[in-house]
Design a binder for this molecule. Sequence first.
Ligand SMILES: Nc1ncnc2c1ncn2[C@@H]1O[C@H](COP(=O)(O)OP(=O)(O)OP(=O)(O)O)[C@@H](O)[C@H]1O
Length: 138
Amino acid sequence: MSAEQTLILVKPDGVARGLTGEILRRIEAKGYRITGLRMLTADRELLAAHYEEHQGKPFYEPLVEFMSSGPLVAVRAEGDRVIEGFRSLAGTTDPTGAAPGTIRGDLGRDWGLAVQQNLVHGSDSTLSAERELGLWFS
Ligand SMILES: Nc1ncnc2c1ncn2[C@@H]1O[C@H](COP(=O)(O)OP(=O)(O)OP(=O)(O)O)[C@@H](O)[C@H]1O
């Protein structure tokens, strides 16, 4: 059986703040393999598909606006239990409460848009990983 794969995004705030290398370093240091890497500015169509489950929520429009505001880095990462493992590396959605040692806990900023601009995305299940990798690495 081949190793599990996940989609990770370094969101536009992470790229703008020069944290791409630090985030990739943490992924590799944990032992995951980076098997795909793309820098792009995502359009609304791609983001609508990516954030399908959030359409209609109050934070959806501002989120798409932010996610399309500048370049982001899409990463395909591979390893045993990488889906759960990366979400653990990332920390909770709100960086203010994210544990020290996690990407969001160590590097996330405490300000008004912290929950939206929380540096990274990671797929949350094998089903969403497969769907999201199809969108970003087709
Ligand atoms: N209440 C909110 N206000 C603003 N933005 C939000 C809020 N909730 C979620 N978001 C944004 O939407 C993204 C997806 O929300 P979700 O609940 O799936 O969070 P997550 O699973 O921690 O993050 P991700 O799926 O991006 O790894 C969050 O990472 C964040 O950028």
